[in-house]
Design a protein around this ligand. Structure first.
Ligand SMILES: [Zn+2]
Ligand SMILES: [Zn+2]
Ligand SMILES: [Zn+2]
Length: 140
């Protein structure tokens, strides 16, 4: 756990986010997961923490470039650890995500790059999401 806390503090420091016990607690947990996490899962994991506080912490992490959100349309927004070059209002996580249809976990495919897609003239792109659906190695 000490190694994780060192890593947590390093990330908070690098991304210029003030250290608070709540931020440390959530980031410690997220660092030990090799899949994206959602608000419901975090709330279940930390029953003493208030849902709003967890939500705000996730939003802060997203704004500061610590976590990126993954929207799946029908299901809850998930959050995963960012690339180290992500910063305030600037995310470089342009990778697809793999969603397992059996266990529901979502994994970052960081080594894959999403190509730029030509959109009609006059349109403005804000974001791009690519999800690959299937069965993960643990369920297959
Ligand atoms: Zn990012
Ligand atoms: Zn699975
Ligand atoms: Zn990702």
């Amino acid at each position: 756990m000490n190694d994780i806390r060192t890593h947590t503090d390093q990330i908070l420091h690098t991304k210029a986010v003030r250290i608070t016990p709540m931020r440390q607690l959530l980031l410690d947990y997220i660092l030990t997961q090799n899949q994206a996490v959602g608000l419901n899962e975090l709330e279940a994991e930390f029953p003493k923490a208030d849902r709003i506080t967890i939500y705000r912490t996730l939003k802060t992490f997203e704004e500061k470039g610590i976590l990126h959100s993954i929207e799946q349309g029908h299901s809850e927004v998930q959050y995963a650890l960012c690339h180290e070059e992500c910063g305030p209002e600037h995310h470089v996580d342009r990778h697809p995500h793999f969603a397992c249809e059996r266990c529901g976990r979502i994994i970052c495919l960081e080594e894959v790059f999403i190509p730029r897609v030509a959109i009609p003239q006059g349109f403005i792109q804000h974001d791009v999401e690519m999800t690959i659906k299937g069965v993960c190695g643990e369920c297959g």
